[in-house]
Design a protein around this ligand. Structure first.
Ligand SMILES: [Zn+2]
Length: 199
């Protein structure tokens, strides 16, 4: 027996989410059918509006309703530092620390030869362009995760920026190897930023 089309379509939609298999998708679909109608309407409209109203900042790649994002337009922030992170969630983690008042650049990924991801597949060109157009930046802090791909990406960017005379630093090893910035607590992040070293 096949499911009626509306539920089959719902299962297919859930299947598109990361880490969701057939069994979980089916469970979620049936759960949705049993949900309160208003809750379902809110859920559906927040999905649509998150997609429609959010964009990536054309300067830093952070997620935002307005372009440029609030961080890029905030002239009270220290314009001499840029922290380079892998993903938007890392910006949130570093902002929660409340100790960093500079700018950000989100790569949306890391270099990964295994996955066939080269420099053109992540947000590196825009970083170089940004630095060329903006002489106030004195330091680029490479805060990619402490994974082999994160390290290789930091090294690549550092080599790329060296000839331009921009100081590049790497977060201190308070973060354990293989750990993700997004899961680090505020104190660990603070120490990692404080103890950063030039590379
Ligand atoms: Zn921005």
């Amino acid at each position: 027996m096949q499911y009626p089309e509306p539920i089959a379509k719902l299962i297919d939609s859930y299947l598109k989410l990361p880490g969701i298999g057939e069994k979980t998708a089916t469970r979620l679909a049936f759960f949705t059918i049993d949900m309160d109608e208003n809750d379902v309407a809110t859920f559906a409209s927040s999905l649509v509006s998150a997609k429609k109203d959010l964009h990536y900042c054309s300067i830093c790649g952070n997620i935002t309703e307005n372009d440029p994002c609030v961080i890029c337009v905030d002239k009270t922030r220290d314009q001499s530092q840029i922290i380079v992170v892998e993903q938007v969630k890392d910006v949130m983690a570093l902002e929660k620390m409340r100790e960093y008042h500079g700018l950000y650049h989100v790569l949306h990924g890391v270099l990964s030869p295994i996955e066939g991801k080269g420099p053109e597949d992540i947000n590196i060109t825009s970083l170089v362009k940004r630095l060329q157009q903006n002489e106030t930046v004195k330091e680029v802090i490479l805060a990619t995760n402490a994974t082999p791909e994160g390290e290789a990406t930091a090294m690549y960017i550092s080599r790329l920026l060296k000839p331009a005379g921009i100081k590049t630093t790497r977060l201190a090893h308070g973060l354990s190897v293989g750990s993700d910035i997004e899961y680090a607590d505020e104190m660990t992040l603070f120490k990692a930023v404080e103890g950063r070293q030039e590379i």
